[in-house]
Ligand binder design. Sequence first.
Ligand SMILES: Cc1ncc(COP(=O)(O)O)c(C=O)c1O
Length: 380
Amino acid sequence: MRFDLADLRCEWDLDWSQHHVNHGSFGATPRVGQVALADWRQRAQRNPNSFYRWELMPAVASARANIAEFLGLAADEVALVRNSTEASNIVLRGMALEPGDEVVVFEQEYGAVTLAAKRAAGLAGARVVEIPAPLEFTDGMLLGAFASSLTGRTRLLVVDHITSMTARVMPVVELSRICREQGVAIAVDASHAPGNVDVDFTGLDADFWFGNLHKWACAPVATGALVIGARQRAAHPALVTSWFDLEPYPLPFDMLGTLDYAPWLATPAVLDFISGFGWQRWRAACRERAAFGRDLLRASLGLPADETALHVPMALVPLGVHGGALEANGFCRALGERHAVQAAVTTYRNELFLRVSGQVYNDEADYQALAAGVCDLLGR
Ligand SMILES: Cc1ncc(COP(=O)(O)O)c(C=O)c1O
C-alpha cells in the first residue's frame, strides 16, 4: 500500500532501525524544524547580549502571531507556554478554590492533569470528582453523566478534547454549553488538537483552552498554546513572574527570563512547511495510515473489522489482556526492545490497548512490524 505523501518520510531524521507508530505521545519534528531550531540557537549564541536584549521579544511576538493565526485567533488572544502540563498548572492554580469546591474530570482525563487538579484542590480543601466513563458511552451519555455530576459546589470541568488513553473525541462544544448555562468554568485540554482537527473557537465557549503544537503540528518540543478567556485573565498569571508581569495578557507569558526560546521561534517554519501540502490533505494522510495500522492489527489479532471512520490519526485496539500502568509499560518496552517498535500501550479500566498513530513518515512496514510484535508478545 502506498500512502499519500509517502515521499515525506525522508524529511524526518528518526532512527529508521525502529518503527515509530506513536506520534501521539511526543510528536517528532521534521528536519525543517530541527534546522530552524539550530538556526535560532546559533543566532542567540553568536551575540547573546544583542539577541536577548533587542531581538528576542519581537521575534517571540512574531512567532506568537503566526501560531495564533494558525489556530484561527488574534495574536493577543494566545499565550505561548512550553506544554500542556504547564498550561494545566496555570489554569488550576489560578482557580481560587475554596473548601468544599469541586473540580470535575472524566475518568479518562490525562493522569498528570488530574494530579495537578488534585494538588490544587487539596491545597484549598476542595476535591476532584471523577466521572465514570466506560468506553461504550455515547456522547449523549457523557453529557448526561456530566450534567448529573454537577452540584452547587462544582467550579471547574477539565476535559480532554481528544483523550490520550482512549483516543476519543469528546463533545467539548456541548460540554462548554452546559458549563456556561450552569455557571461552571471549563478548561479544554486540547493537547492533541492543534494540527489535527479544526478548533471552532466561536462555538467552543471555553474559559481555558490549551494544546501542544509539538504533537500533531510537528513543532519542536516545548511549544504549547494557552488561551485564557477575558473573564479569567486577571486571576491566571504565568507560572513564572518576570519582566513583563505588569503588561497586559498575553505579554507576561512571552518573557520567562533567560532560557531557550528556540522551540517557539522555530515553530512557524514547520507550520509553513506543512501548510505547503495543505493541512486537510496532511491530516487525511495521517488518518489513512492510522486506519491501516488499526485494521492490520485487528486482523492479526483475529478481532472483527472496525468500520468506524477515524476523525483523528489515532486508533485504539484492545489487546485482550488485563493490566494497569505497570503491565502497559512492560508491554511497550518489550515491543521496543524485542521488536524495534516504538508504540503507545495504554490502560483503561484494567484492560490494555495499543494506541496506533499515523504520521506521514509511517509506511506499511511499520504497521506490519507492530502487528508481528504484538502477536509475538501475546503468544499468538
Ligand atoms: C490529553 C493530554 N493532556 C496533557 C498532556 C501533557 O502534554 P505535555 O507532556 O506535552 O505537557 C498530554 C500528553 O500526551 C495529553 O495527551
